[in-house]
Write a protein that binds this ligand. Structure first.
Ligand code: BG6
Length: 481
């Protein structure tokens, strides 16, 4: 899984549900074009955009829409030969739950043009409440065959019961080997690199456990507000949007045992074992915040109790992590946009450095900081002697930056990497049904009895009580050294 595939996927018809939506515009259309320009799409492929008839556009309009999306969001600009080669592969057809005929005809036309037996990849970039009806229609219309695969966006379900129902509906049409529950954080180079960093280095592998590590933080504050997504966000909130989805998946990579091989079966099994070991989330170990002004956003209920920020203390009760708290935080309209994992280490008894004995009790001097926002970096912090006649210590850092170190031009964005993996049929970086159901299961106590939302000023780090949640430690962000 973990190296970008060297060979192109076999021929494909890709069907993009939600083709005129925000995700398609920001990530999927630019991502597909970048893959095409990099020579990583199949030799023969067609991309069919689809939406309900009321939002349908013509093929010409869809090509223009895709071009604009690439103009705005792709590192490869839609010009010259690459665009001329890509654009004719795009077309548009409407699909409504009670009328899939236009889409079925378009898929048949595309397959005929390609020839042979291309695979079908359906990408459901649509609101979660539409997943079930579209999957059912893929079954009834005959579009889902054993040559088909489906990418399903997040959140996968709303709670345990709805995730189980959704899994049942999906499995009524697709075999689990055809289902790709996407989490684009797992497609990020520097999240994938956690496995290399942990398991390929004698320097780090032996210390990656409770004997050496005191706490772990996974912190993903965002400066963005809800950006006009009230319809989705007010029903979802930060815990479902970010924690159940992205942050727990990252936690799975940080905490997993060494898999016997880097293949889908072993990786997913190890991640699920971490989730199995997690204690149910205790509502007393959760802070829910709501930025001031959220209730006045268009589309948000005036008395909304939805959290726009959440901080959680999670525990992985297994041999490796017993007693090591995992602090997770994410929110909108916060002080900075960062994606950071911090591992704090126990320190030796610093008796021979009297000047430093007092200030190190929170373990802030020895940390590994993995910044997984593209392109990503890893920093280690340690104590070093300050130059001079006295033995005074100061915090020093060693930094590895992806951007300065490798051919970062070869890097694929999270979605690009994952769409490519789905075309190849590699599920390593996708979530399994038992993994996601377990995450909803441990979330039940919180979802059933959430603490009240506490206000925070936009541009800050959340309500004051997040400091109490993490005590005696401190949040690594903001950069307090
Ligand atoms: C999405 C969430 O899955 O991830 C958004 O729905 C969030 O609310 C986004 O902003 C963050 O991902 P990235 O890659 O844009 O930082």
């Amino acid at each position: 899984m973990t190296s970008a595939p060297q060979h192109r996927p076999g021929d494909h018809v890709i069907v993009l549900f939600g083709a005129t939506g925000d995700l398609a515009k920001r990530k999927l259309l630019p991502g597909l074009f970048h893959l095409a320009a990099a020579g990583l799409l199949p030799h023969k492929y067609r991309i069919i955009g689809t939406s309900p008839a009321q939002f349908a556009i013509s093929t010409e309009e869809f090509r223009e829409h895709a071009k604009q999306a690439c103009e705005d969001f792709c590192i490869t600009k839609p010009t010259g030969d690459p665009w001329e080669a890509f654009a004719p592969n795009l077309s548009f057809a409407s699909s409504d739950p009670d009328n899939f005929a236009p889409l079925v005809e378009e898929v048949e036309r595309a397959e005929k043009a390609i020839g042979g037996s291309p695979r079908r990849l359906f990408h459901l970039a649509i609101p979660p409440d539409a997943f079930m009806s579209i999957v059912a229609m893929l079954g009834q219309s005959g579009l889902a065959t054993d040559r088909s695969r489906v990418i399903i966006e997040k959140p996968f379900g709303y709670d345990l019961e709805s995730a189980r129902k959704l899994d049942a509906a999906v499995h009524a049409v697709f075999d689990e080997s055809q289902v790709f529950r996407i989490d684009h954080f797992l497609g990020k180079e520097s999240v994938d690199n956690i496995l290399a960093f942990r398991f390929a280095n004698g320097l780090f592998e032996p210390v990656w456990n409770r004997d050496y590590i005191r706490y772990v933080q996974i912190d993903v504050p965002e400066t963005l507000s809800i950006e006009g997504r009230a319809n989705f966000y007010d029903k979802t909130g930060a815990y479902r949007d970010m924690v159940v989805t992205h942050l727990f998946q990252v936690l799975g990579f940080v905490a997993m045992e060494p898999p016997t091989a880097l293949n889908a079966k072993q990786l997913r099994a190890e991640k699920t074992k971490v989730f199995e070991s997690m204690r149910s989330i205790d509502p007393h170990h959760v802070v829910r915040g709501q930025y001031e002004g959220y209730r006045s956003e268009p589309g948000v209920a005036p008395d909304s109790q939805t959290e726009t920020m959440v901080a959680v203390r999670a525990e992985v009760e297994n041999w490796r992590w017993q007693g090591v708290p995992f602090f997770l935080r994410s929110g909108k309209s916060m002080g900075a946009g960062r994606q950071v994992i911090t591992l704090g280490f126990h320190e030796p008894p610093l008796r021979m450095f009297p000047a430093h004995r007092k200030s190190i009790s929170d373990g802030r001097r020895n940390e590994i900081i993995i910044d997984f926002a593209d392109p990503g970096s890893i920093t280690t912090k340690f104590l070093a002697k300050e130059p001079g006649a006295e033995m005074s210590l100061s915090t020093a850092t060693m930094v590895f930056k992806y951007a300065d170190s490798f051919a970062s031009a070869n890097a694929l964005e999270g979605y690009e990497r994952l769409i490519l993996d789905a075309m190849i049929g590699d599920q390593s970086l996708f979530t399994s049904s038992d993994g996601i159901e377990r995450l909803w299961e441990i979330s039940e106590p919180l979802l059933q009895d959430p603490p009240p939302v506490e206000p925070y000023a936009p541009g800050t780090w959340g309500p004051d009580s997040i400091s109490k949640l993490i005590a005696p430690f401190r949040w690594h962000l903001p950069g307090t050294g």
